[in-house]
Design a protein. Structure first.
Ligand code: HSE
Length: 438
């Protein structure tokens, strides 16, 4: 008996998934067991790139998630409220769910996984982070014997494309964004990508899996790339760095058997040393670096979006579920949920506020060209315990001198206090840039 699936959404990823499932020669033999029963769309009039038998496509998405024949619902409509509602309804009707929806999982994962565990069904989300890169299953399975200390990555292709072009062409953010929109690498409304919200959704999911606890999405700090200027990219280059939008989840507390860890979970443009493994990830590509004990570092790299890549991740989840359902069909017992496929975290991780974290910073000052300015900066930083790694004055912006500093590790709160005092100095015109360094 085949495994019947209902797909919600026939956009780029939906069409890619249908195409992959229908063209199953040379792929895993279990894919032949998949039967696409219903496909839900917004409008029947839209031209489609995939051919499906008549009668399969419907605009009645409710009918799909409640259809007693269907075993697996594949949610690919995106958005938040409607997707959440349909996922919960599918679970309530005993269906397993495959979704690519990071926005829903990062915000409503606790509700969805609680419902799924009670209903005895799986919710699979390989495509929600890193597009085609397999990182969710590795974190749940192959890497789960490690004590993970850090997960960090470039998980947004749009911003990586923009920053890469700014770096290679010396262009401004606004010019590259406009071009990226024309070429289809950035959405007409690019807010979620350029403000770092999409990356924040993704790191919340990765952190939850890596550190074995729930993450409150509202506590994930995010700063986008709008304020990254070509001047900063050029200084970064001279100082031996590239600027990347990094999503970082790091353990801040020692490993303890009795409590969920305290973490730092954040997204921000970051000075990355050119020798760092993430520095060479360019264009729309994504990469996720996981550091654990005893493994050390492992990096996942590949296409973070696109029809084929994301369809690969969606279909791998479908395949996992098909394998599970077939083995159930072939055994007499109604087995319990496999803990390596399910998600059963109960407790929330503590998230440390960024102001309490230690980090290195890059700051760019525009100052009046007077004697003693660098000395005054140094004295003020010293007063707040901020130790400087380098101070450079190379350029001028009109009449104003440009001074760039890179700090050693400092507490963010102390660094900001020093900057507040520096802003009051008569010689200081402005502090146009402030970026974190790893
Ligand atoms: N907007 C996302 C990106 C697509 O640019 O990476 C995949 O989530």
């Amino acid at each position: 008996m085949g495994i019947k699936i209902g797909i919600l959404g026939l956009g780029t990823v939906g069409a890619g998934t249908v195409q992959l499932l229908l063209d199953n020669v040379g792929r895993h033999p279990l894919l032949k067991e998949v039967e696409i029963c219903r496909v839900g769309v917004k409008s029947l009039d839209k031209p489609r790139t995939v051919e499906l038998p008549v009668g399969i496509i419907t605009t009645d998405l409710e009918a799909i998630v409640t259809d007693p024949q269907i075993d697996i619902i594949v949610e690919l409509i995106g958005g938040i409220d409607r997707a959440r509602e349909l996922i919960l309804k599918a679970i309530a009707n005993g269906k397993h769910v495959v979704t690519a929806n990071k926005a829903v999982i990062s915000r409503f994962g606790a509700e969805i996984f609680t419902a799924a565990n009670q209903a005895g069904v799986y919710v699979m989300l390989e495509a929600a982070v890193g597009g085609g890169i397999p990182v969710i299953q590795p974190l749940k399975q192959s890497l789960s014997v490690n004590r993970i200390n850090t997960v960090m990555g470039i998980v947004n292709g749009t911003t990586n494309y923009i920053l890469t072009r700014m770096q290679t062409e010396g262009s401004s953010f606004d010019d590259v964004l406009a071009d990226a929109q024309q070429l289809g690498y950035a959405e007409a409304d690019p807010t979620a990508d350029v403000e770092g919200w999409d990356a924040a959704d993704k790191i919340a999911i990765l952190a939850s899996l890596a550190f074995g606890g729930r993450i409150n999405r509202d506590e994930v700090f995010s700063e986008g790339i709008r304020q990254v200027s070509k001047t900063d990219i050029s200084y970064a280059d001279k100082l031996g760095f590239v600027i990347k939008l990094l999503a970082i989840a790091k353990r801040c507390s020692p490993v303890s058997p009795s409590s969920t860890p305290t973490l730092s979970v954040r997204v921000h443009p970051t000075f990355v040393p050119k020798t760092h493994p993430l520095a060479s990830i360019n264009g729309v590509y994504n990469a996720i670096l996981v550091e654990g004990e005893p493994l050390g570092q492992v990096m996942f790299f590949g296409p973070g979006a696109g029809a084929g890549a994301t369809a690969s991740a969606v279909s791998s989840d479908i395949l996992n579920l098909v394998a599970h359902l077939k083995s159930r069909q072939n055994s007499d017992t109604n087995s319990h949920l496999d803990p390596l496929l399910a998600c059963s975290h109960q407790d929330y991780c503590q998230i440390a506020p960024v102001s309490e974290l230690e980090a290195r910073f890059y700051a760019r000052f525009l100052t009046r060209d007077q004697s003693g300015v660098i000395g005054k900066l140094g004295t003020c930083f010293g007063k707040y315990g901020v130790s400087l790694e380098s101070v450079v004055q190379t350029g001028f912006q009109g009449e104003l001198a440009e001074i760039v500093v890179v700090t050693h590790d400092v507490q963010e709160g102390k660094f900001k206090q020093a900057l507040d005092e520096i802003r009051t100095f008569e010689a200081i015109h402005s502090i146009p840039s402030l970026l974190r360094v790893i």
